[in-house]
Design a protein around this ligand. Structure first.
Ligand code: F6P
Length: 320
């Protein structure tokens, strides 16, 4: 392939810029032309496409967000949208596409694959919920952002002897809650993958109080319920007037961590290698610390992301 393109789609994730940079720089290094598509699949259908140079991605590796912008674009789920996208790619003479994003973006890449157009998916979502990889671009940074907040909340929680509910992102997956919760020493972690009993939550807080504990931190993944709702439910079980912090989109911003930058750079360069050798219909990931590529149709149709529930058990055993 001589001309390829890259887009970012869905919720942005720190490290997307580093991934785009890697695609552009590695592509040009391999003698290709690389095009950037603005606003994800919406920009693809609209033909918002431009050639990128080495310097267009200079000063980008450290930036949060995505300079290609992103969009959620459900219209790409229709065949009409997909065919329009392919028409645009052909119009620009683009022979292969790198799609960086989460589940919706992967479905877009899969649709292109089913139409016979070579696309490679790179997992970019703070939720870390893409099958076929242990880690997604942005997850490490988001987890560290949450951790910083947990540490700060712990200070004030201890000073006032309070219980805090910290609501974190994770629509369907508890990865952020699990990792940040364990790292922050949260007393309880509530995730979609595990049922919980509010009476037990209250009991655990009480046990801590009884032995003179000065704070109680409960990290709740938004996929279970909102932090405020959780606090209201908890209050029904006794004198537990918890303060609530909803971290929200602050988790999606900020400079990517070293780990995310390296992951993004490795993934981006590998996507170019795959397209260069004429391969499409794949998604890149990291499994047991090794770079892997999987069939994107198989991953989406048969794969399921699994949060590391050993962390849940670990937290039960060491943070209470
Ligand atoms: O990107 C994933 C995610 O951050 C989810 O955790 C969250 O529920 C959702 O995106 C929020 O989406 P939006 O920014 O479109 O409101």
């Amino acid at each position: 392939m001589k001309r390829i393109a890259v887009l970012t789609s869905g919720g942005d994730a720190p490290g997307m810029n580093a991934a785009v940079r890697a695609v552009v720089r590695k592509g040009i290094y391999e003698g290709m032309e690389v095009y950037g598509i603005n606003y994800g699949f919406a920009g693809l259908v609209a033909g918002d496409i431009r050639k990128l140079s080495i310097s267009d991605v200079g000063d980008m590796i450290q930036r949060g967000g995505t300079f290609l912008y992103s969009a959620r674009y459900p219209e790409f789920a229709t065949e009409e949208g997909q065919l329009k996208g392919i028409e645009q790619l052909k119009k620009f003479g683009i022979e292969g596409l790198v799609v960086i994003g989460g589940d919706g973006s992967y479905h877009g890449a899969m649709a292109l694959t089913k139409h016979g157009y070579p696309a490679i998916g790179l997992p970019g979502t703070i939720d870390n919920d893409i099958p076929g990889t242990d880690f997604c671009i942005g997850f490490d940074t988001a987890t560290n952002t949450v951790l910083e907040s947990i540490d700060r909340i712990r200070d004030t929680a201890t000073s006032h002897v309070r219980t805090f509910i910290i609501e974190v992102m994770g629509r369907d997956a508890g990865d952020i809650a699990l990792w940040a919760g364990v790292a922050g020493g949260a007393e309880q972690i509530i995730i979609p993958e595990k049922d919980f009993d509010m009476a037990e939550v209250a009991k655990t807080i009480q046990k801590g109080r009884d032995r003179g504990k000065k704070h109680s931190l409960i990290v709740v993944a938004e996929g279970v319920m909102g932090g405020n709702e959780f606090a209201d439910e908890l209050a029904k079980h006794g004198d537990y007037h918890a303060r609530v912090t909803v971290l929200g989109h602050v988790q999606r911003g900020g400079a990517p961590s070293a780990r995310d930058r390296v992951l993004a750079s490795t993934f981006g360069a590998h996507a170019v290698d795959l397209l260069k050798s004429g391969k499409g219909g794949l998604c890149v990931g990291i499994r047991d610390n090794k770079l892997v590529e999987n069939d994107i149709i198989d991953v989406l149709e048969n794969g399921k992301h699994k949060a590391d529930l050993s962390l849940y058990q670990l937290n039960q055993e060491i943070s209470y």
